[in-house]
Design a protein around this ligand. Structure first.
Ligand code: HAM
Length: 422
């Protein structure tokens, strides 16, 4: 029986793995430049970390992977990173010693979504959380970082959709207005909307049902419910974005898929695509719900799979192909020299260097190397041992160069530098 991988998950290897690494390295480097440091929190958490009181989000309602362990504890595979980071900051008392915590994280997350082009059940997120500083400039700095990440990745068209959900007072007022508006429509809306109407009518705005969208189009806008403080904050952020030349589109119905946001929320889009590559916002009460303390935060996450797909669509492949070298010993008594040559290459270059231990005919090994797109072949036999040299064959140009043993390091050092500059 052939065992398949689980629907919505994928094996990542070869060139795709290299591309993941390139994207992830770029994201980490930039986040560190902005003062963020890495947080690694567990993949497995108590379910109650994510399912907080009155949570109406789809993620919590129907997309969580939940399980019981042997001790009958109710656990969940993390569907997102923000609550885990906040729990860690609270549990470790970090917030008591450091005035502002700037965390980044990279890892796998799990949501039971219908697998489709841009949605997986196991996916990779890179996220940042700026915790402990209730200042619009922190919101701006996180948006700026997100924007610069996409710019550095090479995307030409980046759209930032932004909205404000205001503070709790504004949200309460807005929910009432929405209840009044939807009361006469809700009977003919989808089952999810009926549930959302009772739990949190703001979530109705996130409905993807085409018929419901026609009704939602005429719903009241949140900006009409924002109190003065919330409006001022929103305006200040928009003014600063303009000054920083970050173009944005206000989307009055952007509520985001998670319940903890207050004030600013936003999503990043590239290449005119309909699915966001990343999103985030400000949250004032998550720490209170998790640890009964007052601590605000702001941040975003990018989906690496979505970024990679968008890069491929635009032909913005990040990695030049890696150089592969295969060293083929003719006999077992040539292994020692093969090891020594391989180590010299590994020391002086970033080339992938493999010694071929398989006992097969040279002809077969050469044709396999051709299929594997190997760049250089080095065959080492008794002749090379006796002459104290090696022959490096360029598999693309078929050119062969003989290099004496004491010139090997120098030869590969200059070959590497030459290729690096191309
Ligand atoms: P989110 O919008 O749920 O936000 O997810 C952020 C990004 O993760 C999405 O824009 C998308 O690129 C990627 N993503 C989400 N679900 C999937 C999936 N099923 N398959 C592939 N990619 C996916 C959050 O998770 C918040 N924690 C962001 C945040 C950080 N807010 C404040 N701080």
């Amino acid at each position: 029986m052939k065992i398949q991988n689980i629907k919505g998950t994928q094996d990542i290897f070869g060139n795709t793995a290299i591309q993941y690494q390139k994207i992830e390295n770029l994201l980490i480097t930039l986040a560190e430049k902005y003062g963020y440091s890495e947080f690694r929190t567990p993949i497995l958490e108590y379910k109650k970390l994510f399912v907080r009181e009155n949570d109406s989000s789809d993620i919590v309602q129907k997309q969580m992977y939940c399980l019981y362990d042997m001790g009958k504890r109710e656990l969940a595979l993390r569907p997102e990173g923000t609550p885990g980071v906040m729990r860690c900051v609270i549990n470790s008392n970090l917030y008591k010693n450091i005035s502002r915590i700037k965390a980044y994280y990279l890892g796998n997350f799990f949501r039971y979504e219908r697998p489709k082009k841009f949605s997986y059940r196991q996916f990779t997120q890179f996220g940042i959380e700026n915790i402990g500083n209730d200042n619009v400039y922190c919101d701006i700095e996180t948006i700026l970082l997100g924007f610069n990440i996409l710019k550095q990745l090479g995307f030409k068209k980046i759209v930032l959709k932004i909205n404000s959900l205001g503070d709790l007072e504004s949200q309460k007022k807005y929910k009432n207005k929405l209840k009044n508006f939807f009361a006469s429509h809700i009977n003919c809306m989808c089952a999810d909307c009926k549930k959302r109407f009772l739990q949190n009518p703001m979530r109705i705005l996130d409905c993807k049902n085409e018929e419901d969208k026609k009704i939602i189009k005429n719903a009241p806008k949140i900006t009409d419910s924002l109190n003065n403080n919330s409006l001022l904050k929103f305006q200040k952020i928009l003014d600063l974005l303009k000054k920083l030349k970050i173009t944005y589109v206000i989307d009055y119905f952007l509520v985001r898929g998670l319940d903890y946001y207050t004030h600013i929320v936003y999503e990043f889009f590239v290449n005119n695509e309909e699915t966001a590559v990343g999103g985030g916002g400000h949250y004032d009460y998550l720490a209170q719900e998790i640890g009964e303390i007052e601590l605000t935060g702001t941040g975003f996450s990018f989906g690496i799979e979505r970024i990679l797909m968008s890069l491929q669509k635009e032909n913005l492949i990040l990695c030049a192909k890696e150089i592969n070298i295969e060293i083929i010993p003719i006999n077992t008594n040539n292994f020692e020299k093969c090891f020594s040559v391989a180590e010299k290459i590994r020391k002086n270059t970033n080339f992938k260097t493999d010694i071929i231990f398989e006992k097969q005919k040279i002809k077969t090994l050469l044709s396999k190397a051709q299929k594997n797109e190997t760049d250089f072949i080095i065959i080492i036999g008794d002749k090379e041992e006796k002459n104290k040299n090696i022959t490096v064959k360029n598999m693309k140009t078929k050119e062969e160069i003989t290099v004496s043993d004491n010139e090997i390091e120098k030869f590969f050092d200059s070959l590497y530098k030459n290729m690096d500059q191309k």
